[in-house]
Design a protein around this ligand. Structure first.
Ligand code: MV4
Length: 440
């Protein structure tokens, strides 16, 4: 195992990774921007290295600075967390060039999965079901004939994209040409590549993802699914495991037909379609940890050090877990980020409660990074008990000084539709009129 690891991130995920390192008796080296000098991850680490000024492009995204921080402190590996450099093939290559282990996939795998068309092609070859659509990027004429075959509505997606950027619904042939041009221009602006591909629109759809661990020896362990349909503008708000929308047959089919960390769309008929592979630790990983008892960050570190998975196949699970993201966002301003001074911060405690956060009373949330303050993650024996316990915990949580998404989460968790388990990715948009605070 490693003896010293650099944590190339900030906020709650840096704190999460440092805790895993300390439990494995590994020294943790933090990096920080000038805006984060006083942040919790800097204090918890054994050493900390300043990597640049506040803007992420000059600090947390600055590859030479981050590599230098690892090299000068004698780190054998770098854990990237999520976001920042976690899916950057150039960073992985820089680690490889400096003989530093990147805790994650190789640069080659990362580049292949970052190209959505290539990822789909490889999944198709492995027998994973895909949404009907084009097998690669298409020109307008090919999009037109394919769309007629698939029947409208269809989706245009950016080949270089992901996460919903550069995506456009086309309702009928009359709109195709205009939508194609707009989507291509957006893709060019966002990714420097206008290539588009076509898919049949799956609607209503749930967003369900399967957590997989794979070691360097080719062994694989699956940890079940996470239901991630409660989101707005592609930002997830609440995640749970197991999903109330997945039958045991579907779950088994989704887990045994693949290998990797996989995002799927799930239709109301239990048909599921691979859409993307995320080759990184995800924000919502704790719900899988709570139902399996497996520490995913510890396993990532063990795998990166060349150790073998202790169990393979499908990990046994128990109970139900729910994660609620607490963001510094203002419901009165359409959930715009609302950084500022946190006057009071009272975390919920008691049975079944985990709070992954870096926030404490007196902390000033800087305006330079994302708005995630922390994740409340709750476990109980079954889904109704987990919902009750989450509401109890949200009731205990008190954050004053800045607005947060706490009240929105309470309204969602109290709603009949959430309790029924019958919801899709359009839940928050459709419930805008019923949930007062979610209204646009
Ligand atoms: C889709 C879809 C419906 N049909 N693809 C959005 C983000 C990106 N990962 C893929 N996305 C979608 N792809 C087809 N063929 C609906 C979405 C989608 C969505 C997916 C997951 C979570 C939230 C979503 C919200 C809106 C649309």
């Amino acid at each position: 195992m490693f003896s010293r690891v650099l944590v190339a991130n900030r906020g709650e995920i840096a704190v999460r990774v440092i805790r895993a390192l300390h439990e494995l008796e590994i020294e943790a080296v933090a990096i920080y921007s000038t805006a984060d000098r006083e942040s919790m991850h800097v204090r918890l680490a054994d050493r900390a290295v300043a990597v640049g000024p506040a803007p992420a492009s000059q600090s947390y995204l600055n590859i030479p600075s981050v590599i230098a921080a690892a090299a000068t402190t004698g780190c054998e590996a770098i854990h990237p967390g999520y976001g920042f450099l976690a899916e950057n093939p150039a960073f992985v290559a820089a680690c490889e060039d400096n003989s530093i282990v990147f805790v994650g996939p190789t640069a080659d795998v990362m580049a292949r999965m970052g190209d959505k068309v290539q990822a789909k092609g490889e999944m198709a070859q492995a027998g994973v079901p895909l949404v009907p659509g084009s097998s690669g990027a298409v020109e307008l004429a090919e999009a037109r004939s394919l769309a007629a075959e698939l029947d409208y509505p269809i989706l245009l997606k950016a080949a270089a994209g992901g996460g919903g950027k550069g995506m456009r619904i086309v309702d009928g042939e009359a709109d195709l040409e205009g939508d194609f041009q707009t989507a291509a221009a957006e893709a060019e602006a966002a990714f420097g590549d206008p290539s588009l591909y076509v898919e049949k629109l799956v609607r209503p759809a749930r967003h369900v993802e399967i957590q997989v661990l794979a070691d360097a020896h080719g062994d694989v362990l699956t940890l079940g699914e996470r239901e991630c349909s409660i989101q707005r503008r592609h930002q997830k708000l609440i995640e749970e495991s197991p999903s109330p929308g997945v039958t045991s047959q579907t779950r088994e089919a989704m887990e045994t037909r693949n290998a990797g960390t996989f995002e799927f769309l799930l239709g109301p008929d239990q048909r599921f379609y691979f859409i993307e592979l995320n080759a990184r630790l995800q924000v919502e990983h704790p719900v899988s940890e709570l139902v399996t008892g497996i520490d995913l960050v510890r396993e990532q570190l063990r795998i990166a050090a060349g150790e073998s998975l202790t169990a393979t196949g499908r990990a046994p699970r128990r109970g139900h877990a729910i994660e609620v993201r607490i963001n510094a966002e203002d419901p009165a301003r359409n959930f715009a980020p609302a950084p500022g001074l946190v006057k009071e911060f009272r975390p919920p405690l008691g049975p079944g409660i985990r709070l992954d956060t870096f926030v404490e009373a007196g902390y000033t949330v800087p305006p330079f990074y994302d708005s995630l303050l922390g994740k409340l993650v709750v476990w109980d024996e079954d889904r109704p008990a987990a919902i009750s316990r989450t509401l109890r915990a949200l009731g205990e949580l008190s954050v004053t000084g800045i607005p947060t998404t706490r009240e929105l989460a309470i309204q969602v968790l109290r709603s009949e539709q959430f309790a029924s388990g019958r919801y899709s990715t359009s839940f928050l948009e459709e419930s805008g009129t019923r949930l007062a605070v979610a209204a646009e």
